[in-house]
Design a protein around this ligand. Structure first.
Ligand SMILES: [Zn+2]
Length: 209
């Protein structure tokens, strides 16, 4: 596997041990270390964050949680598309593949859910502080409920200033959200871009819509 991104050998080894099959379509892949170009079953290095940075730097966001191994077909089909946009393409919808946020590996589900960098905010009603709370919080992936991929932040873990914002967001969602059932209970949801947000007590959850 060519490694022009400066990924340390031991990190690459760990990534390959984790992603034994394509993280998107689960196809077993072959290693053609000297093959030129992209052969469709070849293992390739994939950056979940399409905007980079593409050079290994653990202190930024390019680390083993944003690098994956996928097959050449998926890599070239995705190209520079946002993952959620790519899932809507014919390649992913294709009945033999059915690639979407529920079928990809846990790493990818976690990435989509906890992704910090929401490029464009389409909701003007949110204050800058609320946007910052959503963008800068460390979202935790709910590993105990892999069937319902979502992530969350807990109010108790926030700074005092963010706690105030948290309460503001809570009221905002109550006032502007729509009702939906989650198991036996009903919650208020609010959508921002490709995510929906809902509160359960002092936990703010989010999942892809
Ligand atoms: Zn694939």
């Amino acid at each position: 596997m060519s490694n022009k991104y400066g990924i340390p050998e031991d990190e690459l080894k760990k990534i390959r041990a984790r992603d034994k099959a394509c993280v998107y379509c689960h196809k077993a892949m072959e290693e053609y270390s000297h093959a030129k170009g992209v052969s469709k079953d070849k293992a390739t290095i994939e950056h979940l964050n399409k905007d980079g940075p593409f050079y290994w730097n653990k202190s930024i966001i390019f680390d083993s949680s944003t690098v994956a191994i996928c097959c050449g077909s998926c890599n070239s089909s995705r190209g520079k598309k946002e993952l959620l946009d790519w899932f809507k393409t014919q390649y992913c919808i294709n009945r033999n593949r059915a690639i979407n946020e529920n079928t990809v590996t846990e790493l990818v589900r976690e990435y989509i859910c906890t992704k910090k960098y929401l490029k464009t905010f389409t909701i003007d009603q949110l204050s800058n502080q609320l946007r910052q709370l959503i963008e800068n919080s460390k979202w935790t992936f709910a590993k105990t409920m892999p069937g319902i991929p979502h992530c969350y932040i807990v109010k108790d873990n926030l700074s005092e200033a963010d706690k105030e914002q948290f309460d503001e967001l809570k009221w905002f969602i109550r006032k502007n959200g729509y009702a939906e059932n989650f198991y036996p209970k009903q919650y208020k949801y609010f959508n921002i871009n490709n995510y929906k947000y809902w509160l359960v007590g002092n936990i703010l959850n989010r999942a892809t819509t």
